[in-house]
Design a protein around this ligand. Structure first.
Ligand code: IMP
Length: 444
């Protein structure tokens, strides 16, 4: 029963979309199992750029059924706009299936997300303000409204009225805001969104199992990444779902025995958006939410930080926010290998290192004078961790035209071999540019 998981191993934005698209070619079903439109996958296909937030990237292949699993939180307005965008580009979206058990995002979730961030001031998390956290909080508190509730307007309205009563109290009394209008929300969700969503709503658990039983290949695609995981990430600077591979079991309804391949996507350097600890962070000359203080950096560090942001185009797909850059961190990767049972790695954006004379890899942390090769359990230690680097020779070669393993410069190959040795899993795929064809297959 060949089920594959593709998961981000850092703080998101590893370039998962490109490899999801590549791996998806061999799949019949591509399933999103968590997150919402806080994700942003950019795919460049035949020179055309597709920025996807909710729809699994498998939509770009005619033979694939793209599935939004029960673990996802769905903003129907965003989903329908995305379908319109794809249709306008000639993509048939009728194959998309959406779990009836997925939870809906409402305007009050977005409003509370925005207001909470504002109230937190300097202590803010740097969320995407898409209402993701509040929607998952309602799911856990059992006052969420699910996609299937759209199919029963009476139930939908009754649930909305109950929850809106509480949300409006919160908006008025805590945040001093005007209440939201239940009639307006119900009209939009039931009259405008429901008729268009209805053909897509399905029992996705059965769909996934029937596909696996037929011996088809199923890909489970994560959004965000390992260190944004609600349980295993750098809490509270995390998202509100479980991107780790185990999240598939809950977010798509399959047991762990079905999963036989777990591909971890890691960028050849690291970026993070929003606040939170980041041991290998480099300062940059511009501003980034939670970014490192420039006063603590020398010119060379800022030059490198700017290099990663500018050459790597490290600006949020959705938000346009500048990402915080840093060197590759093998300590984090070792933890990601454990948390996800990774069977292999796909390293993205190796070409961003092309012009560097030397490249660094963080192999351990110095915490209070002690060397740590694994992630410290106490987060205060992570905040205090100083990276211990190994410096390797660069390749000073343009990799963007390279598509075969034997064409890789020996120093680039040595860098990849070093990563493998450090984290203990093979690097099978290497990204050498943004285009669909710009990659090297290093072996099975
Ligand atoms: P939320 O998911 O909007 O609640 O944001 C929580 C944290 O996750 C913030 O630090 C966000 O910047 C981060 N985050 C959420 N989605 C992504 C993503 O797709 N890529 C990178 N970071 C993300």
């Amino acid at each position: 029963m060949p089920a594959t998981v593709l998961v981000g191993t850092q703080w998101g934005d590893e370039g998962k979309g490109k490899f999801t698209d590549l791996v998806a070619k061999e799949m019949q079903l591509v399933v999103r199992y968590q997150g919402g439109h806080n994700a942003g996958h950019t795919l460049v296909v035949n020179g055309e750029t597709f920025a996807l937030q909710l729809v699994p990237s498998g939509i770009l292949h005619d033979h694939i059924t793209p599935v939004i699993g029960n673990g996802v939180v769905v903003d129907p307005t965003v989903l329908l706009a995305e379908l319109d965008m794809l249709e306008a580009k000639g993509i048939d979206t009728s194959r998309l299936k959406v779990s009836g058990n997925a939870h809906l995002i409402f305007p009050y979730h977005q409003e509370i997300d925005r207001l909470t961030e504002r109230r937190l001031g300097n202590a803010k998390l740097g969320t995407t303000k898409r209402g993701i956290g509040p929607a998952y909080a309602d799911k856990a508190a059992r006052v969420g409204i699910r996609v299937q509730d759209l199919l029963d307007p009476k139930i939908f309205r009754a649930k909305l009225d109950v929850v809106l009563k509480e949300k409006n109290q919160l908006l008025a009394k805590v945040f001093n805001r005007l209440p939201l209008d239940g009639d307006e929300i119900a009209a939009h969700y039931l009259d405008e969104c429901r008729p268009r969503l209805e053909p897509h709503i399905a029992d996705t658990v059965s769909l996934v199992h029937e596909s696996l039983e037929r011996g088809e290949h199923v890909l489970f695609e994560s959004a965000q990444a390992t260190f944004l995981d609600l349980d295993h990430g750098t809490y509270p600077f995390v998202t509100s779902s479980n991107p780790v591979a185990g999240g598939v079991c809950v977010g798509a309804g399959v047991g762990p025995r079905y999963i036989d391949r777990v591909i971890g996507v890691a960028k050849a350097y690291v970026t993070r958006v929003g606040t939170g600890p980041f041991p290998t962070e480099l300062a940059i000359s511009g501003d980034a939410v939670g970014g490192k203080d420039r006063e603590l950096a020398d010119d060379e560090e800022i030059r490198l930080g700017d290099h990663f942001v500018d050459v790597g185009h490290e600006y949020g797909t959705n938000s346009g926010r500048r990402r915080r850059p840093g060197w590759f961190d093998a300590v984090m990767l070792r933890q990601a290998v454990r948390l996800n049972s990774l069977s292999e790695l796909a390293v993205t954006k190796l070409d961003v290192l092309d012009a560097l004379d030397t490249v660094k890899v963080c192999v351990a942390y110095d915490i209070g004078g002690t060397r740590h090769t694994h992630l410290p359990y106490h987060q205060s230690d992570l905040h205090a961790a100083k990276p211990i680097y190994e410096e390797l020779p660069g390749w000073n070669t343009d990799l963007t035209e390279i598509t075969e393993k034997h064409q890789l410069p020996p120093t680039a190959e040595a860098y990849l071999a070093f990563l493998e040795e450090q984290v203990g899993v093979p690097v099978r795929l290497v990204g050498t540019g943004p285009g669909r064809e710009q990659f090297v297959h290093r072996g099975d």
